[in-house]
Design a binder for this molecule. Sequence first.
Ligand code: CP
Length: 318
Amino acid sequence: MTAPEISKAEWTRKDLTGIEPLSAGEITTLLDTAAAFKTVGTRDIKKVPALRGQTLVNLFVEPSTRTRVSFELAAMRLSADVINISASTSSLTKGETLKDTAKVLEANHADIIVLRHSSAGAAQFLAERLAASVINAGDGAHEHPTQALLDTFTIREKKGRIAGLHIAIIGDILFSRVARSDIHALTKLGARVTLVGPPTLVPREFEHLGVTVTHDLDAVLPEVDVVNLLRIQHERQRKEYFPSLGEYTALFGLTKQRAEKLKPDALIMHPGPINRGVEIDSDLADSGRSVILDQVTNGLAVRMAVLFLCAGVRGGAE
Ligand code: CP
């Protein structure tokens, strides 16, 4: 079984550390490559030999379900060998530095390191020091590039375009790496982005990224084509940013009553994990208007595309 016909000519990066450095053309190449790989998932044999002989290490220093599983499955579908390392069972707990851990992996002939880390810039730090490809699976509150790619892919798949759409990103923007990566991807592709949430979590400073900031969710809902709800990230918040979860939900939660204000064809998205009943009503999350599980499914194709293109730059993809 062969890989779909894919042009690697427009991709020149061995690493993917963020969306901010990418051009609109590079993002489109990633999305088009993901679309080609999505067709592989419809075949009887869902595996291609593109990364045969390559070794991928999932180095997750923060918890993850979706991203880690998706990268592991993407690597397996591309015929790479996969090793999973979590911080709690690694020598990081003995004080070994991230760089030393990564060098140990490279000495074991790791070709691709997928890194999730609590420090912004951790993936870039390794990318500059390793010959291996380094893929950012989320670095602190900085970027989560593959989440933005799968979000953008899902919107493009459902709506047929990105340019000209109006997309609301709602909630904990201040601490959200997903929000930053989504903003870069969507605005580069020509969408209009509005950020919504309490002033403490959505300060006006975000407007320098080319987005609109508002604190009035009810006024925004009838105007948008997509709502992307973000999780309240208790683990990153160092003080109280709103009086209570109940008050947050009252003002910024997507309740059933609020959802009636949306256009009939508006998409409801969430990167997960969800705080059910806080940022989104539980039934709405499971409703036909929600594309939350489509996002998960598309993550596989997007991550296959990222691994394939970055490995290709090192000469590691067939
Ligand atoms: N969306 C996301 O990154 O989920 P995980 O933390 O489960 O990987």
